[in-house]
Design a protein around this ligand. Structure first.
Ligand code: EPZ
Length: 427
């Protein structure tokens, strides 16, 4: 397994191109199952999870082509064409689903178009049990017959899915996406209340509308979808990854650097700008994107993760990494997942002072961290170790970086281009 070695202490300066959003690309790719027409997606990030989703769709029978030459001017972002004209296999197998929970996003489309699906239960992951009960309950309300057996979801529909009035007990991002896709071809009207409002959910809705879907309330917590018989060819550009951008903002900030994040606009970072400003980090619009800089010291800030437009749980670990050397204390509360502090013991091995009490962690800033050999455990925990290592004294060696490769396209190249001393140590 590859490792990443970082020698801390270099200020980051320069431009970091932001890739397309992983959490938009995955549902957008699954949406190809809804039609025998062609779906063309540009600005697709080249990530392990995208390759897993591509493999999953191909084994269902989707004709998929990634145009290698189709790089964006930034050198990132590929164009993918998908066409689900000949779907013969309705099973999403365990060996693929266990590597990527977002595989569950094929469930809604398969049921909506083919009235059958056999999808492996995703099982838990490092950050929590992550059930999909809300997805299944909503699909049953739409007329799906669902049975759980031998680790699989066996789902059937007599005739077509029926529109229904769905109210989610909890805000669920992929739950909202799964039901929105199911509703697009269902008979009649579906209302989704307490819907997730993340920009990635909005991006999927906007693409579905381009494909011919009838969706109202996009961006709000109440979506109304009137089913249609079929969908047409469409092209869509995946939005920039606001979590990747926020991650590199934290990386620049911890080194006292000054970088431009290109390919993203200030609005995409609206729900984190305030917290960064409170911590002493300036995020402002620039010619080609967003500029991140720090004039003075870092201050501890309190953070509580919330569904959008609150502070994103996918930025919690990164902010904790930044806070390890801030003046004063920070209280970081994780309200979305029950076990998303796996980065704490690893940061502590670098000298961070963090105390966890249930779903809250108190971080007391120290003068400087010390490099150490550490272990990546999940995608965002891994990148918080990278952030800490960039400012630590000495070398840090991060093991199991396959976690990073799931969500960060060529991270070491993007950071090295801004002066970081970082290299991938091939296994
Ligand atoms: C999506 O996961 C993202 N993944 C996650 O990003 C992100 O952390 C999460 O949303 C929250 O923003 C993708 O979009 C592919 P949820 P998802 O359903 O949809 C509970 C990353 O780092 N819940 O919004 O799986 C659940 O346990 C990944 O890129 C139920 O109880 O998250 C959690 O506590 C990690 N029953 C809460 O809701 C359900 O049926 C929110 O989960 C569904 C969810």
């Amino acid at each position: 397994m590859d490792k990443i070695r970082i020698r801390g202490g270099k200020r980051l300066e320069g431009i970091i191109p932001v890739s397309g959003a992983k959490n938009a690309a995955l549902p957008l790719m699954a949406a190809s199952l809804l039609t025998d027409s062609k779906l063309t997606l540009s600005n697709i990030p080249y990530l392990a999870d995208v390759i897993t989703m591509a493999n999953l769709l191909v084994q269902h029978g989707v004709a998929l082509h990634m145009d290698e030459k189709s790089l964006d001017p930034s050198g990132f972002g590929r164009t993918l064409t998908l066409q689900a004209a000949k779907i013969e296999n309705f099973t999403a197998p365990y060996e693929l689903v266990r590597t990527m929970r977002a595989s569950v996003l094929v469930l809604g489309p398969l049921l909506a178009r083919f009235a059958q699906a056999k999808v492996s239960l995703p099982g838990g992951c490092a950050i929590g049990t992550r059930p999909i009960d809300l997805h299944l309950k909503a699909l049953e309300q739409m007329g799906a017959l669902i049975e759980l057996a031998d680790g699989y979801i066996h789902a059937f529909v007599k005739g077509r899915l029926q529109g229904a009035d769905i109210a989610f007990d909890k805000v669920t991002v992929t739950g909202t996406e799964n039901i929105m896709m199911a509703a697009v071809l269902a008979e009649g009207k579906t209302t989704i209340r307490n819907a997730a409002r993340e920009p990635e959910v909005v991006d999927l809705a906007e693409c579905l509308v381009k494909m011919g879907a009838h969706i109202e309330g996009i961006g709000s917590d109440t979506l109304t979808i009137v089913g249609v018989k079929s969908l047409r060819d469409a092209s869509h550009r995946v939005i920039a990854d606001r979590i990747e951008a926020g991650t590199y903002a934290a990386a620049a900030a911890i080194t006292g650097g000054d970088i431009e994040l290109s390919g993203i606009d200030l609005k995409a970072l609206s729900n984190v700008i305030e917290k960064f400003a409170e911590a002493g980090v300036l995020i402002e619009a620039s010619a080609n994107g967003v500029r991140v800089s720090r004039k003075n010291g870092l201050h501890g800030v309190d953070i509580m993760t919330q569904p959008y437009p609150g502070f994103p749980t996918d930025m919690q670990a990164q902010m904790m990494g930044l806070m390890t050397i801030a003046d004063g204390a920070s209280m970081i509360t994780e309200t979305i997942f029950e076990n998303r502090f796996m980065h704490v013991p690893e940061l502590s091995r670098m000298g961070a002072k963090i105390n966890v009490h249930g779903s809250s962690a108190v971080v007391r800033g120290v003068e400087r961290l010390a490099g150490a050999e550490v272990m990546a455990t999940d995608l965002r925990a891994s990148v918080s170790l990278v952030i800490a290592a960039l400012a630590a004294k000495g070398d840090t060696l991060i093991n199991r970086v396959y976690h990073l490769d799931r969500g960060y396209e060529r991270l070491e190249d993007k950071l090295a281009a801004c002066g970081a001393e970082i290299e991938r140590v091939k296994a």
